[in-house]
Design a protein around this ligand. Structure first.
Ligand code: NAD
Length: 301
């Protein structure tokens, strides 16, 4: 398996370190990104880069993509106009693993086109952020055939430590959206709770320490606390720089709203949270960590 050739498309904040971990794990990686800066960083991390996506996939048994959104994934694999996209170049038997967070319907559309060519496709969005990507400790949330997942396991194992098989095509994306919708709501309400306490003269650190061992406990109180100065390593303590961007949370909540409409599910808090992160973007904080949403309710944060 280690001499399996892997094509890796999309070397951004997540894809760059993921491709580097595959190369470090002994896989023959051939990578491509549209950005010269991303290619240069990949070279410096010991990843061989190709001049195009088509060149990267030549001879590859496994193709991994880590792109921003649905339209990038559809365009890469299905093409546009006369351009047939990458699927048209892949021989039957190739395994495609898309790790981007995209609409479940897009994942199903590409997987169906892949299947028609004898190519297996998994949706395998991740949790764990850039730190998890760098450390090789990502969680993969997978949709697709069990056989394809068995083939993918050694590859995913070089980039992460947990793998959850959620069901058929698109199920990985649905599960990822459920997780991120809960996260978005929890972060927003944790910020509100801390702002309320501070407005009453409480110390945000003492309030957070109490909540972190009480029933209001969550990743937002313990790991990524939204109040500045409470946790030294949280984005809030460095001006909300780095971390998981407000715009990415906004994208994921938009996908959750779309997914809910598709099946007639009601997600009142998810819809409200989508609006909060949209307001936070309008306030100029789209590029900051999503915990900056607390600034909507307090000018002390
Ligand atoms: P990013 O914007 O840093 O990277 C995306 C890369 O894709 C860019 O380098 C871009 O140049 C490249 N790209 C776009 N279209 C391309 C094409 N056609 N061919 C080749 N390269 C192309 O984004 P990211 O933070 O790495 O996130 C990637 C995905 O992972 C997103 O769907 C995001 O929602 C998801 N995600 C991100 C995080 C995080 O903490 N950043 C965590 C979990 C999941």
């Amino acid at each position: 398996m280690k001499n399996t050739r892997i094509a890796f498309i999309g070397l951004g904040h997540m894809g760059g370190p993921m491709a580097a971990n595959l190369a470090r794990g002994g896989f023959a990686v051939s990578a491509f990104d549209l950005s010269e800066a991303a290619l240069q960083q990949a070279r410096e991390a010991g990843v061989a880069v190709a001049p195009s996506a088509a060149a990267a996939v030549a001879g590859a048994a496994v193709v991994i993509s880590m792109l921003p959104a649905s339209r990038h994934v559809e365009q890469l694999f299905l093409g546009q106009g006369d351009d047939g996209g990458l699927l048209a170049r892949l021989p039957a038997g190739t395994l495609v693993i898309d790790c981007s967070t995209i609409a479940p319907a897009s994942a199903q559309k590409v997987a169906q086109a892949a299947r028609a060519r004898g190519v297996a496709m998994l949706d395998a969005p991740v949790s764990g952020g850039t730190a998890g990507a760098a450390a090789g400790t990502l969680t993969f949330i997978v949709g697709g055939d069990a056989d394809a997942l068995e083939r993918a396991r050694p590859v995913l194992g070089a980039m992460g430590k947990n793998i959850f098989h959620m069901g058929g095509s698109g199920a990985g994306q649905v599960a990822k959206l459920c997780n991120n919708m809960a996260l978005g709501v929890i972060m927003a309400v944790t910020g509100e709770a801390l702002a309320l306490g501070v407005a009453h003269g409480l110390d945000a650190r003492a309030l957070s320490q109490m909540m972190a061992v009480s029933t209001g406990r969550s990743w937002a109180t313990e790991v990524c606390n939204p109040w500045p100065g409470v946790l030294e390593n949280a984005p809030a303590s460095r001006g909300y720089a780095g971390g998981f961007g407000n715009d990415l949370m906004l994208k994921d909540l938009g996908l959750a709203v779309e997914a809910a409409m598709g099946v007639g599910a009601t997600i009142p808090l998810g819809e409200l949270a989508r609006n909060l992160y949209a307001l936070n973007k309008q306030a100029g904080r789209g590029g900051l960590d999503f915990s900056s949403v607390v600034k909507l309710v307090s000018d002390k944060a």
